[in-house]
Design a protein around this ligand. Structure first.
Ligand code: AMP
Ligand code: ZN
Ligand code: FE
Ligand code: FE
Length: 352
């Protein structure tokens, strides 16, 4: 049980200790709008949206607010990258930055690789930041790129390891083809992109963007993605990766917990339809990532509505890439009870 979790507090406090419950709810980063007993305890604050939890005869209404405003709340960010894919931090820097950002739990989810796991685990042990080892698995559905986060899978599972290795090779094949096209119009070479990728075990468009920035063809990674490297642009080549439902099954078979990353992030290109999302739930998807920078408020609500329809929880995360992207650690968070239920489904332990 996560410290400060409501369920914990309710059980521990018992029916008479209403003030204790209210404080525990607030510690967890939520506001309480309660009956007069709670008001007397000084815990009455308005909530923006609410779910009702019945307890001991009086309703306990809980509204979600920004956890960052409440010291002591549990802060969980389940989607981050390092230099082993297209982030800029080393795994140790990531853990240090997570600590500085006041996070209690992070998931390391480099694209198609677990190369950063050992370093991250060493840095996480005893650091106060718990580590969920994971990966962001490249897949395709409806002819589009679909990212599926895999948490706590067995790294020795042969099928999943083979799947990830072949996706890394497919990334290289794709990068060479994209660079061939790009090199007709821009001073970019395979060697220049490799120089940007450095330690990366999974070469991608961010490294091509960096190479274009280095020669002054474009001012920033962001602008490269918005123009030259956009998925609907003339230079884009898709990566030859497995079908999304097949990947969800492979992740489950390896003891992993599959979560659909930024499902409706339309600025990146077209997004999958509800039929495909339902199919992924059917294949074993554990959750949808709802709170993500690339989802506006209406999109987040839509993801929540679909998740509720199919009975899966939602997560929130930063998709931090170090200085490679604007995303800041902890800018979106996952609820402790959702985190606990995901962690309980995984083959590996969370490292503390
Ligand atoms: P790829 O997998 O090679 O097609 O590249 C997609 C990756 O680029 C994703 O991991 C994104 O996080 C990253 N990306 C997408 N948009 C941007 C952006 N505007 N700036 C930097 N990185 C981006
Ligand atoms: Zn990335
Ligand atoms: Fe992604
Ligand atoms: Fe990501």
């Amino acid at each position: 049980m996560v410290p400060g979790c409501t369920r914990d507090a309710r059980h521990a406090a018992g029916p008479s200790a209403t003030a204790e419950i209210a404080r525990a709810v607030m510690r967890r980063g939520q506001t309480c709008a309660l009956g007069s007993r709670f008001a007397a305890a000084g815990a009455l604050t308005p909530c923006t949206y609410s779910t009702s939890v019945k307890g001991w005869g009086y309703p306990l209404v809980v509204g979600r607010v920004d956890c960052a405003r409440y010291p002591g709340s549990v802060r969980i960010d389940l989607h981050t990258h390092t230099r082993y894919s297209d982030g800029t931090d080393t795994p140790a820097e990531l853990i240090g930055n997570a600590r500085a950002a006041g996070l209690d739990v992070i998931a390391l989810t480099d694209h198609d690789t677990t190369a950063g796991w050992a370093e991250a685990a060493n840095a996480a042990r005893g650091s106060g930041v718990a580590l969920v080892r994971g990966a962001e698995v490249s897949t395709r559905a409806e002819g589009m790129s679909v990212h599926i986060l895999s948490y706590l899978h067995d790294p020795d599972d042969a099928d999943l390891a083979t799947l990830l290795a072949s996706s890394r090779s497919a990334r290289e094949v794709r990068a060479r083809r994209m660079i061939e096209g790009l090199s007709r119009d821009f001073p970019i070479t395979w060697e220049a992109v490799l120089a940007q990728a450095q330690a990366a075990n999974a070469v991608g468009r961010p490294h091509m963007a960096d190479a274009l920035v280095a020669v002054g063809s474009v001012p920033s990674r962001d602008e490269a993605f918005a123009s030259i490297l956009h998925a609907s642009g003339p230079y884009y080549v898709p990566i030859d990766v497995p079908d999304s439902a097949q990947a969800v099954r492979a992740i489950r078979a390896a003891g992993g917990v599959p979560v659909l990353a930024h499902p409706l992030a339309s600025a990146r290109g077209r997004v999958i339809g509800e039929g495909t999302m339902a199919e992924l739930v059917e294949a074993g998807l554990a959750a949808f990532e709802a709170d993500h920078r690339d989802h506006d408020a209406a999109t987040r609500a839509k993801v929540r509505e679909l998740a509720a329809r199919w009975g899966v929880p939602v997560t929130g995360s930063s998709d931090y890439h170090g200085s490679g992207k604007l995303n800041r650690l902890g800018e979106n968070l996952t609820e402790p009870d959702v985190y606990e239920s995901l962690a309980a489904q995984g083959h590996l332990e969370v490292i503390k």
